[in-house]
Design a protein around this ligand. Structure first.
Ligand SMILES: Cc1cc2nc3c(=O)[nH]c(=O)nc-3n(C[C@H](O)[C@H](O)[C@H](O)COP(=O)(O)OP(=O)(O)OC[C@H]3O[C@@H](n4cnc5c(N)ncnc54)[C@H](O)[C@@H]3O)c2cc1C
Length: 593
């Protein structure tokens, strides 16, 4: 075996999973129950992962409220993705959906019920029956705390299955050997400041999204894009990073999410004239058109002077007509959020809302077993990266394409978390030995840590991070232009250079949050660059990427996934998989609702 130069402590596992959100814990459950020795790392206690904040629901065509069908769900997802989603993965997800939801029910997840005992389902944006004909109720919900119920259920099952949790451990870098195989990660134990090598036969990334590269975001503060940063530094590309979803209803000024379930339950959007303006933009689905569509319509109303409030900078979400009983039963947390963050009681008054960054459609490229698949160099063949999987929001399968449908992310977590788990189990890792660690396994990480710990002058982390957030918001917002984005690329590159020269004052080992934030900035930086560069290059409007200078979708030139590489800050592209597994391709059409 090759000698490892450093004397860092090392531990060996069959599998290391980075991230204890819905995706990580659905995967770890599968592995632990199959008897694998599995470690799950998380920056925070598992049940504080961002999945806990998911409100509205998880999509599955159970047909509990009226007739529904996985094929209709597939159609809605393909159309919602503006035809950029891979149709093999979408078919797989929509077919699996009822199975994984019933499985959660049997795990003890406390779903809301219908009087006949079946799982309650509410309407959601873009969910339709019979290929867009009329809305259908497909979102399985546990009040407006679906993610909370999901995450706690999965955590309890994992404790029972003896999954080993490493709480307040931060993964720092991927370790790859000379062949490019992934053999583990380096990680920081925040409490002691120890750096350790975690060797694994298989490493699974489930680090969630990077919503914190933006100034106004519904995301948790820990969502700094660590998985994307680590992948980018290890030479892996990031796919479709130009596509970020703005959620139509973030509380104005606060960013906190008000679930689409509010509109699902009958809430409506009004402009300053008291007009239900979505009737003009989307005559069939109205307030429940997909999110990119509603966000742009709201932005348009505000730009044309029909915004509300003294600055005419938001619109209103009215739900008092639903009645106090429905609000208290189905949307109790929303009422609390409105009272705390907007100072209005929605039983009596409307909530002020604006489009707010919510979800990244792009991420680390994978197939539908969760295996990371990437060309070794730009333009090279697509190859499975041995020993590495990615699942959940940090991965790009791609089922969401250019725009995700509400409730399809929680579904993505459990479908692909489970599928990756099953695929790993089928590889019989138990009987295989670990691949050798390269001699320089931890050099890169230690150089980064030492540079920060020995810094005597330089930039302040928060200044650079806030600079990135403000500039991303300005140059890459709901509507984008060539000029704004080209300028944005320059500005973000400059900020990224500053991010390489951070000074941290606190040199202590124990709970050094200054060090953690500086390490997070290194990840924010990669994600922001990937987003800005990929967005500036895409000369069309598709899904969440709305380009003023190229207002139409251009299937001839742009029906392709982008792949961004950190090295050289350059782009490559790959074809969209338009061939489903068993059914016929849904051909691209103009999206109207
Ligand atoms: C407010 C809100 C409401 C939402 N509502 C819905 C909804 O109703 N329906 C729906 O389908 N989707 C919803 N979404 C989207 C969905 O919740 C997320 O996409 C999903 O929960 C992400 O899950 P995940 O498992 O990929 O990551 P997360 O739940 O974000 O977990 C990431 C994990 O990775 C860990 N981690 C990150 N970096 C590191 C590191 N360097 N080292 C160690 N650990 C690390 C974190 O500690 C955490 O445990 C919502 C999102 C938000 C923000």
């Amino acid at each position: 075996m090759t000698a490892v130069k450093t004397n860092l402590p090392r531990r060996k596992f069959d599998a290391v999973i980075v991230g204890a959100g819905g995706a990580g814990m659905r995967c770890s459950l599968q592995l632990a129950e199959a008897g694998l020795n599995v470690a799950v790392l998380s920056k925070v206690f598992p049940t504080r992962s961002h999945t806990v904040a998911a409100q509205g629901g998880i999509g599955a065509s159970l047909g509990n409220m009226s007739e529904d069908n996985w094929y209709w769900h597939m159609f809605d997802t393909v159309k919602g993705s503006d035809y950029l989603g891979d149709q093999d993965a979408i078919e797989f997800m929509c077919r699996e959906a009822p199975k994984v939801v019933y499985e959660l029910e049997h795990f003890g997840m406390p779903f809301d019920r219908n009087p006949d005992g079946t799982i309650y389902q509410r309407p959601f944006g873009g969910h339709t029956a019979n290929f867009g004909e009329k809305p259908v109720q497909r979102a399985c919900a546990a009040a407006d705390r679906t993610g909370h119920a999901l995450l706690h259920t999965l955590y309890q099952r994992n404790v029972r299955a003896r999954t080993q949790f490493f709480v307040e451990w931060m993964a720092l870098d991927i370790i790859r050997n000379a062949e490019g195989d992934v053999v583990g990660v380096t990680a920081l134990e925040m409490e002691t400041g120890e750096i350790m090598i975690l060797e694994a036969k298989v490493t699974v990334f489930a680090t969630g999204g990077a919503g914190r590269i933006w100034a106004a975001s519904t995301n948790a503060f820990i969502n700094t894009g660590d998985g994307m940063g680590m992948a980018a530094r290890a030479g892996l590309p990031l796919e479709d990073m130009e596509f970020w979803q703005f959620h139509p209803t973030g509380v104005a000024g606060a960013g906190v999410l008000v679930t689409e379930g509010v509109r699902g339950e009958g809430g409506i959007l009004l402009n300053s004239n008291g007009e239900r303006f979505m009737e003009r933009y989307a005559p069939t689905l109205k307030d429940l058109a997909p999110r990119d569509f509603v966000s742009r319509s709201m932005d348009q109303e505000i730009k044309e002077g029909r915004g509300c409030g003294p600055n005419k900078d938001h619109v209103l979400l009215k739900l008092d007509h639903l009645g106090a009983d429905t609000i208290m039963k189905r949307l109790p947390s929303i009422r609390e959020i409105a009272i705390k963050f907007a100072n209005v009681d929605p039983i009596k008054e409307p909530i002020p809302v604006v489009p707010t960054i919510h979800y990244q459609m792009g991420g680390i490229p994978t197939n539908f077993y969760g295996q990371v698949v990437a060309p070794k160099t730009p333009g090279g063949a697509q190859e499975v990266v041995n020993g590495m999987y990615a699942i959940g929001e940090c991965a790009c399968v791609s089922v969401h394409g250019a725009n995700r449908l509400g409730t399809n992310s929680l579904l993505d977590l459990v479908v692909f978390g489970r599928a990756a788990g099953n695929h790993i189990v089928s590889q019989n890792f138990k009987t295989q030995s670990h691949r050798d660690l390269p001699a320089d396994a931890s050099d890169f990480t230690m150089e980064r840590i030492n540079k920060l710990m020995n810094s005597t002058s330089g930039e302040r982390t928060q200044d650079v991070a806030n600079g990135i957030r403000a500039k991303m918001q300005y140059h890459c917002g709901v509507f984008r232009t060539t000029e704004l984005m080209n300028e944005g690329v320059k500005v973000i590159n400059e900020l990224a250079e500053q991010a390489d020269k951070i000074f941290i004052k606190d040199k202590s080992k124990v709970f050094n949050t200054a060090l953690v934030e500086a390490l997070e900035l290194a990840n924010l930086k990669e994600t922001a660059k990937a987003t800005m560069v990929s967005a500036a290059a895409r000369e069309e409007s598709r899904g969440a990427h709305a380009h003023r200078d190229f207002p139409e979708r251009d299937d001839d030139k742009w029906m392709k996934h982008s792949l961004w590489y950190s090295e050289g800050n350059r782009l490559d592209y790959k074809a969209v998989n338009t061939k489903p597994l068993t059914v016929e391709t849904f051909q691209p059409k103009k999206r109207t609702f």
